[in-house]
Design a protein around this ligand. Structure first.
Ligand SMILES: C[S@@+](CC[C@H](N)C(=O)[O-])C[C@H]1O[C@@H](n2cnc3c(N)ncnc32)[C@H](O)[C@@H]1O
Length: 315
């Protein structure tokens, strides 16, 4: 099945690169100022369903890898954000898409005044990059096109730096798809037949080791035979755990607004009640997506001085 899906998706996007498909184009709306430096040849083969690159909070100097980069739109947007000290790598399996992107690259470099983008042919399921290459992996309406989503998330985890992150827009369905839809090649190409249910999609990311999984946008993409397909944008974070957690008297206090929350490891935090945490967890809670939700304090910061019950000890 895997190779058959790849072959038919590849044929679909080779044709969609050759002759742009207006009905598939431009579902993602980009503010004019983010795309003003990008040639029309790229914009008319923009087949994304979200805007992960504009939502990822990219900093200057970062290395961004965009999977299924197509004509290159998201890479060119990212190029502006990473600046001249950054790097953007677009990966796609379809020669014609890579061709459009490469042809536009020199115009974009001329418009920006620097050249930080490269496009390479490759597969999502076997990314040719070394371990720990990227600060950020993005992908826009692509993972649904893979028959092996678990392998894709495993690869994303591998190529990210130890505290890297992903921001991915993709299509999910509100229920299991019938065989008739799943076996329809045209619907694979249109980003419908390969859609997982939202919890399966998030589950594949979690299984690969990501934490802090957060949906940052969700909107209706299409409806077909009573099935609703949503475009979601999901953030996820890599954080490699130490095998033995070290404690140095740090505590986390959950700030609310809920009465309590539990983390990905099942640790419960009640609002206002200090919980002793390892230095690794302290570092994690001070970073997105948790920063602001907790106050992390050391022993001198005072949980013992408060009248709270004896603090719990956690991860
Ligand atoms: C829906 S288009 C999105 C393109 C681009 N992200 C955009 O927003 O315009 C999907 C792209 O993913 C590529 N693709 C699909 N499956 C792939 C795979 N298994 N490995 C590499 N590229 C793949 C296709 O060639 C196509 O260019």
């Amino acid at each position: 099945m895997d190779n058959k899906v790849r072959e038919s998706v590849n044929r679909f996007y080779a044709a969609a690169a050759h002759e742009p498909i207006a009905s598939l184009c431009c579902a993602a709306k980009y503010p004019e100022e983010t795309i003003s430096h990008i040639p029309k040849s790229v914009l008319e083969v923009s087949y994304g369903c979200g805007s992960p690159v504009t939502m990822a909070g990219i900093s200057a100097g970062e290395t961004v890898v965009d999977l299924g980069s197509g004509g290159g739109i998201d890479c060119f947007i990212a190029a502006r954000s990473v600046g001249r000290t950054g790097r953007v790598i677009g990966i796609d399996m379809t020669d014609k898409m890579i061709g459009i992107a490469n042809e536009a690259a020199s115009d974009v470099a001329g418009n920006l005044g620097y050249d930080v983008v490269e496009f390479k042919k490759g597969f999502l399921e076997e990314i040719f990059l070394e371990n720990g290459t990227a600060d950020l992996v993005t992908s826009n309406c692509v993972i649904n096109l893979s028959a092996d989503k678990k392998a894709v998330f495993k690869e994303i985890y591998r190529v990210l730096k130890p505290t890297g992150r992903f921001c991915i827009s993709d299509v999910v369905s509100d229920r299991e798809l019938p065989e008739k839809i799943y076996n329809d090649k045209q619907l694979w190409g249109e980003c419908l037949a390969g859609a997982l249910r939202e919890e399966q999609f998030i589950g594949a990311a979690r299984e690969a080791g990501f934490y802090g999984l957060l949906i940052v946008s969700r909107s209706l993409y299409r409806e077909l035979e009573g099935i609703r397909f949503y475009s979601i944008t999901l953030n996820g974070y890599k954080f490699q755990k130490e095998s033995v957690p070290a404690y140095s008297g740090q505590y986390a206090i959950y700030n609310g607004p809920f009465q309590s929350v539990s983390d990905d490891d099942g640790q419960l935090y009640e609002a206002g009640i200090p919980v002793e945490i390892s230095s690794e967890t302290a570092e994690k809670l001070n970073r997105p997506p948790y920063s602001g939700l907790f106050t992390v304090i050391d022993a001198e910061g005072g949980p013992q001085k408060s009248s709270q019950p004896t603090p719990g000890k956690c991860c």
